[in-house]
Design a protein around this ligand. Structure first.
Ligand SMILES: NC(=O)c1ccc[n+]([C@@H]2O[C@H](COP(=O)([O-])OP(=O)(O)OC[C@H]3O[C@@H](n4cnc5c(N)ncnc54)[C@H](OP(=O)(O)O)[C@@H]3O)[C@@H](O)[C@H]2O)c1
Length: 269
């Protein structure tokens, strides 16, 4: 089996490196393609995968093709690929807003997986939601899932609308966490802590809370009850958040991202 990653940017390279490290494939089974001459030179030095600078030299050899270019490059890319692809190849798109139907029609192919990763994929802690066209076999889907799992965890979804919804939760989600972290860092600085100490206090608090959350099946509400006692400091903070409707605002923000993902999809295809 040969896997090709098109686009050696943030995400494409993240996948290529994660697959290479996982040892699911030998180095000569993993190919990467980019158009940037400097990037190609750097990648060739690493020797982790076969590096290509033209579609025709790698697309026909691939069994699974990850497409990791910006959505606005997809139309030209697919037009160029059309004469090089075949019906047995499986295409895995991680592009936001590019539909399965658009990929199928522009390249004349059927087997398409649409995936939505998130930024923590870069440190092996990503979560990728994905859905597939019915022509992708169970075995092919299992192989793709194994490849996606090299960057963290995967969640299989039924429809592309679910992919847009997951964009509002996990795709854009890391930024919501950073927003919360930034707010806490600003509060710490205001209380007089140094930048270094503020970062440690906040970073370690997030890391610890997430680890606790993942350690058993307790809900966040139950964990909050464990931290907060009646009349105590944490309860004062939580009451302040409730009074300010913070929970509803976060839910609205997630829906704003979901709706924007739907809108972007309509613009792209
Ligand atoms: N970054 C994220 O957190 C994230 C999360 C979810 C989904 N995504 C999706 O991931 C995709 C890639 O995002 P990114 O941040 O990795 O973008 P990026 O860093 O710009 O990477 C895209 C790479 O593809 C190259 N490229 C463009 N056209 C090409 C072609 N025809 N053949 C081969 N290579 C080509 C680009 O080269 P040039 O720079 O020379 O154009 C660039 O190196 C996007 O569609 C995005 O929607 C990203």
């Amino acid at each position: 089996m040969k896997v090709l990653v098109i686009g050696a940017g943030n995400m494409g390279l993240t996948y290529a490196e994660a697959i290479s490290k996982s040892e699911l494939l030998q180095n000569n089974q993993l190919m990467i393609l980019d158009t940037d001459a400097e990037k190609i030179k750097q990648l060739r030095k690493q020797k982790n995968f076969e590096v290509f600078d033209s579609l025709k030299s790698c697309v026909p050899k691939a069994d699974i093709i990850f497409v990791a270019v910006k959505p606005y490059h997809s139309e030209d890319l697919f037009a160029e690929m059309k004469s090089m692809v075949n019906a047995e190849q499986v295409f895995v798109s991680i592009m936001a807003g590019v539909s399965i139907k658009f990929m199928q029609e522009s390249m004349g192919v059927t087997k398409v997986v649409r995936a939505m990763p998130n930024l923590p994929a870069q440190v092996g802690k990503g979560v990728t939601s994905y859905t597939a066209s019915e022509e992708v076999s169970r075995l092919e889907l299992l192989t793709v899932e194994n490849l996606l799992n090299t960057t963290g965890k995967t969640v299989r979804l039924d429809t592309e609308n679910d992919i847009d919804a997951s964009t509002g939760i996990s795709g854009s989600g890391p930024a919501y966490i950073f927003y919360f972290m930034q707010s806490m860092i600003e509060a710490a600085l205001k209380m007089g802590f140094s930048e270094h100490d503020s970062k440690v206090l906040v970073g370690q608090t997030f890391e610890g809370a997430v680890e606790l959350f993942n350690s058993n099946n307790l809900s966040p509400n139950s964990w909050m009850d464990r931290v907060a006692s009646k009349g105590g400091t944490t309860r004062a903070a939580l009451d302040s958040m409730e009074d300010n409707n913070v929970k509803e605002m976060i839910k609205e923000a997630a829906y704003a991202a979901f709706n924007r993902a739907v809108e972007l999809g309509k613009e792209t295809v």
